[in-house]
Design a protein around this ligand. Structure first.
Ligand code: B3K
Ligand code: ZN
Length: 849
């Protein structure tokens, strides 16, 4: 397959002023009429160009230019009209096509889910709906008429008119085709009014299947808070008379920011205390915000081409992270975000799929909606802000919105607003966008005559296609603690630009202990030899909450690494430190719960590999279990009291405070289960009145190899609820012992409710096996084969979801020769499969290198 290159970018030959679409919906034969008002693009020298339109799987019924019928010349990927058949100036192109939404299993373009029509066009799904220049730099006004025998007919923009069986919509804001959406179905609305700060009245609606109306309140509340926040913090107002959100069960990802008509995976909208966990509530809040924030960062200002994807995604993730921090706790949010970054982005960046935040080529763009584009893209913005300061950041953003509103922009445009507002040269900083890989930052220090010096050395490892790279600009936030634990130098941002650099602090009475990379101020691997007692000191005294947590984390990881490599036993350093934190009532319970979370097996494998070891999944698993057991023993006496003190008397509330208390209580319950045989967890399960407790208690039981009766009760209770049943499937696999994981998974794939064509269910089962580190890598590769078989089964139907999940195999170079050989064989088998999708071919090929 042919790679698309950034270097080949050219503006489109024509401009589209207006699009008028008419849909006549029918499951197997939907008719789409399109009328495009086109004219030659002056940026391409005016007329004389052929007109090339994208189109895939469309049955062309009619084609006319300025009312004159033309013979059809369509091919597998589109339609070309020769310049000779086109007038010199503006003209009208009309087409009619037929498509079959019912047979669309790829869930891209127009498809059906539970009798409802819906669309997913990003990145290149619009070409499966009609012939069109399906590229983000072609921005046009859309008017849409939907005809169909269904009660609710929605599209983008404002409603214009409607009658029985039809509705018309007009979107006044020019947009690229990837933001087009249409929904039709038997839906009910949960509605609320909103008035923007300049007085526009907006009707907010969340559309769901009948019966689900009672589970929309939290999503609506999140939406209203997001709208207010964007007005207050970024000065951005909503710009239409309606804002619609639709919940869909069959969806390839989380949600989609279509203009005025966001479409969501139902699991990120529907929530009630009985069905959603605290994590679900937090994710709903974050994703509702994320899609809403796209209205400015993505929709009003979009991307010139798909290489600029991080322009909208990195910035929108950065904004949703800020929002969640403001709504909840910045400290806890930052820790959670860094855990996620390391688990997903560092993993990607240190393996064969490493790519730049702004890549230079791709085969299938859907393969680039990655942790690097999203999460590292957000980290890069966080660094930029730390370097220029909050005020300059705000001014740069104002200029960005002002200058590029209505445009399709680039990373160069983005950096230019920072250069102009600050006078800084960001040429070196731009390497963060163009060079892949996680920098490794080594730190040593010395102290002499009152001067304390930090020495840093950065290494930028080779990644596929990028053997050599330059030094990065690293904002290193540092604070110094004196021997009694007081902060003697408050947080200062050191700006490292060289491969090696030292920074000196003078006038210190005694050797301080440095708290380095506060707030995780740069996405690097920090390598620093520190004695366990110094880490424990930082855990006790650091004023930076992220680094306080990080000190405990490093203590645990150092210990776990020693346990794996040398068979060491958990010593008092870690146990004492953790006991103090756990029982310290002055600390936020959510923070304490995070401190109690042991490093994951995959994280340990990554860490061991990076420090020159070959990780043994079974040894890591066994050591982590021993570590948990030692902690449980140590804390045992205090756990019942802690659990009791955290009980929440009143009714369930999903706020951060209550959620944090539940998180700590469940973390304590998990430890207690290791010593009481599950008695307390069994009682907690029986008495649970919310899903957080129900799933939490069940997890405690599964973790100690119990819980079969509870699993059966859970299934009986929730059988009819798709989103809750996803948890039931996933939990059993996540907690399966390594030698049982493949068998448990295989058995669940035979369950009558294993609807593998539903992406959520597929991820809950096959994805859960890939996420059970010791189970996935166990023995003779039974799990590898099982995952590969299912990927190959899904690929012809839904290449996007199959290809995304193939990243299960991206870590193979970390492991021993046997496992490497087994995974390579699996990837080669995938590559050799006839009819493999372009998506999967690219992924397997890149993983094999
Ligand atoms: N922009 C969409 C993702 C589209 C993925 C296409 N394969 C959701 C989001 O990032 O908000
Ligand atoms: Zn996004």
């Amino acid at each position: 397959a042919l790679a698309i290159r950034l270097a080949d970018y050219q503006p489109y030959t024509h401009l589209v002023d207006q699009v008028s679409l008419t849909f006549r919906l029918a499951p197997t034969a939907t008719r789409v009429k399109a009328r495009l008002d086109l004219r030659p693009n002056p940026a391409r020298g005016g007329g004389g160009h052929d007109l090339r339109l994208d189109g895939e799987g469309l049955r062309l019924l009619a084609l006319a230019v300025d009312g004159r019928a033309l013979a059809a010349r369509s091919d597998a990927t589109g339609l070309t009209i020769s310049a000779a058949d086109l007038p010199d100036g503006p003209f009208v192109l009309e087409t009619e096509v037929e498509i079959a939404p019912e047979g669309n299993t790829a869930l891209e373009g127009l498809y059906m889910s539970n009798g409802m029509y819906c669309t997913q066009c990003e990145a290149e799904g619009f070409r499966k709906i009609t012939f069109y220049p399906d590229r983000p730099d072609v921005m046009a006004r859309f008017r849409v008429r939907v005809e169909g025998d269904l009660p609710v007919l929605l599209s983008n923009g404002n409603p214009v008119a409607q009658g029985p069986g039809w509705a018309e919509w007009d979107d006044p804001w020019p947009k690229p085709a990837y933001l087009f959406a249409l929904v039709a179905g038997n839906l009910r609305a949960h509605s609320a009014p909103f008035r923007t700060k300049s007085g526009r009245d907006v009707a907010l609606n969340i559309w769901v299947r009948p019966g689900d109306e009672g589970r929309c309140a939290y999503a609506m509340d999140s939406l209203i808070r997001s709208m207010l926040w964007d007005e207050q913090v970024y000065g951005r107002e909503y710009d239409l008379d309606v804002f619609n959100i639709v919940a869909v069960d069959d969806f390839n990802m989380g949600a989609m920011e279509n203009k005025g008509l966001n479409i969501f995976n139902s699991k990120f909208v529907l929530a009630s205390p009985e069905t959603a966990t605290d994590d679900d509530f937090a994710r709903i809040e974050a994703i509702i915000a994320h899609e809403y924030f796209h209205n400015w960062t993505g929709n009003r200002i979009t991307c010139r081409d798909w290489f600029q994807l991080c322009l909208k995604e990195g910035l929108t993730v950065y904004r949703d992270q800020q929002f969640s921090g403001d709504m909840r706790s910045h400290a806890v949010k930052r820790i959670e975000d860094v855990l996620m970054l390391r688990a997903r982005q560092f993993r990607e960046d240190q393996g064969p799929l490493a790519h730049a935040v702004r890549p230079e080529s791709y085969v299938e763009i859907n393969n680039f909606y990655t942790a690097t584009i999203y999460e590292k893209g957000a980290e890069v913005i966080g660094m930029l802000r730390r370097l220029v300061g909050d005020d300059a950041y705000a001014r740069a953003l104002d200029l960005y919105f002002d200058r590029h509103d209505g445009e399709a922009a680039t990373i160069e445009d983005w950096l230019a607003v920072f250069e102009e507002t600050t006078g800084r040269d960001l040429a070196q900083f731009k390497r963060w966008y163009t060079e892949a890989g996680t920098p490794r930052l080594r730190m040593t220090d010395d102290f002499k005559d009152g001067s304390y010096t930090l020495h840093f050395e950065q290494e930028n490892p080779a990644t596929p296609g990028q053997p050599v790279k330059g030094a990065k600009v690293l904002p290193i936030a540092v604070g110094l603690l004196g021997p009694n634990g007081d902060e003697v130098v408050p947080t200062t941002v050191l700006e490292m630009t060289e491969p090696r650099q030292s920074f000196r602090f003078d006038g210190l009475p005694a050797r301080p202990l440095a708290s380095v990379l506060r707030g995780f101020s740069a996405p690097v691997v920090l390598i620093r030899d520190l004695r366990p007692e110094d880490r424990a000191f930082l855990l006790a005294h650091d004023t930076d909450p992220f680094n306080k947590w990080e000190a405990g984390r490093a203590l645990a990881k150092d210990l776990l690494a020693r346990m794996v490599v040398t068979g060491a036993q958990p010593g008092p350093d870690w146990l004492d430190a953790l006991e103090r934190v756990t029982l310290d009532d002055s600390l936020d319970p959510a923070f304490r719960a995070l401190c109690l979370r042991l490093p994951s097996d995959d994280d340990m494998a990554q860490t061991l590999h990076a420090s020159g070891h070959v990780p043994d999944p079974a040894a890591i698993y066994a050591a982590r279990r021993r570590m948990g057991a030692a902690l449980a023993q140590r804390l045992a006496a205090g756990l019942p009291g802690l659990i009791a003190s955290l009980a929440e008397p009143g009714p369930f509330t999903p706020d951060a405070r209550a959620a944090g208390r539940r998180a700590l209580r469940l973390a304590a319950l998990a430890l207690l289960s290791r010593v009481d045989g599950g008695a307390a967890a069994r009682a907690a399960f029986a008495g649970a009145d919310n899903m957080t407790e129900e799933v939490g208690a069940l997890s405690c039981l599964l973790d100690i190899g119990e819980g079969q009766a509870e699993l059966a009760r859970f299934e009986a209770r929730w059988r009819a609820d798709r989103n809750v049943m996803d948890k039931w499937f996933a939990l059993q696999i996540a907690y399966a012992a390594p030698e049982r994981a493949a068998d448990v998974t295989r058995a669940l794939t035979a369950h009558p409710d294993f609807d593998w064509k539903n992406p959520n269910r597929f991820r809950s089962v096959i994805g859960a096996l890939a996420g059970n580190h010791a189970g996935f890598h166990h023995g003779e590769g039974a799990s590898y084969a099982l995952v590969a078989d299912w990927l190959l089964r899904l690929d012809p139907l839904n290449p996007q979801t199959a290809a995304r999940m193939s990243t299960a195999f991206e870590t193979w170079p970390r492991y021993d020769a046997d496992r490497q050989g087994m995974v390579r064989a699996v990837l080669e088998r995938i590559l050799a499969t006839e009819g493999l999708s372009r998506d999967m071919r690219e992924m397997a090929g890149r993983m094999l290198g």
